[in-house]
Design a protein around this ligand. Sequence first.
Ligand code: G3P
Length: 220
Amino acid sequence: MKFFVDTADIDEIRDLAATGLLDGVTTNPSLVAKTGRDFFEVLNDICAVVDGPVSAEVAATDVDAMVTEGRKLAEIADNITVKVPLIWDGLKACRALTQAGVLVNVTLCFSPSQAVLAAKAGASFVSPFVGRLDDISHDGMELIEDIRTIYDNYPNFTTEILVASVRHPGHVVEAARLGADICTIPPDVLRLLAKHPLTDRGLETFLNDWQSTGQSILKT
Ligand code: G3P
């Protein structure tokens, strides 16, 4: 499973990229707005740090403008992935940009039928939002399971399932169990993946016991 980080904060991205565990980045207009920075500066900075796909979302909602914006975004770097919303014009823009050789991430996917359309439009990635479904008392992971089953029925669907709106480590584990291709994870949730109280307690005991031996691994 690939890990993307879901943020436009370049300091967070640098820090997480240094772990070697980062396969890509997703941004959206809300995340860019949170930085207070220029959109193109943010994307240039991110693409200088991360080799994998970096999602940048269009702001237009009609097909021609989406394609024009998408082409401009794609000029930033080879790894830019143009994010378009899952509306009819977005699907048409996805088809056109894909045919022009641009990676496309179809975002704001909330149903299996939408995911089928994204695959048929040739999307490189589809982004089902699991957390926002959970928020309205639906089961976000049921959507991932449905999409996985459907895509596996049709080997000509090459769209990768990019689980988005991830809120906690359980979402990541469940997405992995269901065979999702990628999770895009907020930085704080990504760090939480490594945490376990028994790890902390066990390490403390080992270190105390080692100190009591008075030995040093490097001084023998
Ligand atoms: O990048 C899209 C998605 O991950 C947003 O998540 O937490 O705003 O629902 P959230």
